[in-house]
Design a protein around this ligand. Sequence first.
Ligand code: UDH
Ligand code: NGS
Length: 340
Amino acid sequence: CSDSTDFYFLHSTCKVVVLLCLVHISVTLVFYVRSLDLRFAFAQNQQSGGSSSSNVSQRNQVQDSRITVKSQPDVKKLEKLGPLRVEFNLPVTFEDTKKANPKVGPGGHYQPPDCVPEQKVAVIIPFRNRDEHLKYWLYYLHPILQRQQLYYTIFVINQEGTGKFNRAKLLNVGYVEALKDDNYDCFVFSDVDLIPIDDRNTYKCFSNPRHLSAAMDKFGFKLPYNQFFGGVSSMSKQQILKINGFPNNYWGWGGEDDDIFNRLVFSGMYVSRPSAEIGKCRMIRHTRDKLNEDNPQRFDRIAHTRDTMRKDGLNSLTYKVVKKETFDLFTEITVDIGKP
Ligand code: UDH
Ligand code: NGS
């Protein structure tokens, strides 16, 4: 009797061990396949940049790296694509992005070879000391902007020195400096750490100023508040002139985007946005930058936009260009914008 109990116990233990092994192998397999998929998507995203418009087989590669669309696309449908896989845990280099985007010219300029674009877009990135983010931004955005068949150039406006950061003043500088290069009629202002998830979110201008980062992951893919205008936006030359550009006196973090929103409203415009689905974007997580502490004056300033906007903006902008460099994937303009 005792022997049969022992046997029964041993038999059950063996069964449990075998079952656990099977579970372990299955879990390992699932993770292995998922990591292969990720690498595959990474390689394909890299390759997709050169496929600007008509090459169906290249387009198919782009399609494969998407999350949702599974069937073979036809050329017409490809004009509007869809959700992209955006990850920030894979190594990305400027060199790889350059190789993957052979049609992007010096300074980060591109124009579609087979159509006449309706707008010339200058993309302005306010910047200081965020090379890691810039690598991801270029890696993801160059292919997207080409697929959107835009005539565009990337301008990185780099604040020199160790003074307090001033995002809105850098945007003003970007606008003025870009116009010295070409007659752009549309300006996209993008934080360096924001990547659209859906490339139907076209980085161009509309009949009203457009808030492109309408559904950020860090806010649960919703607006944090209705008037939010931070992150990525686009405005035509006329719209920018109508509001006298951006405020120059928001030093440090916060409020400058609210001031810009006020300017638009006080000038009789409203903010247009893509849908919450198409406006989805991811932010590269990071800690608050040094020299960009909260601006304690921001609440007072946004309460007075109506009085200040005609005096403070493009018409009062002063700065010095320290250096202008034409890199393969972007134009960098280093500027001395002074101090508060
Ligand atoms: N920026 C720089 N360098 C800086 C500061 C800002 O390049 O030192 C640029 C960059 O393009 C950035 C944008 O200005 O995306 C806006 O900066 P921000 O600090 O206002 O906004 P961001 O989305 O960070 O980068 C939000 C605050 C994160 C704090 C998180 C604390 N938990
Ligand atoms: C508001 C800020 C905006 C800022 C937004 C989101 O409170 O400048 O938060 O910030 N306005 C004021 O402080 C008056 S975020 O979480 O993206 O850093 O854009």
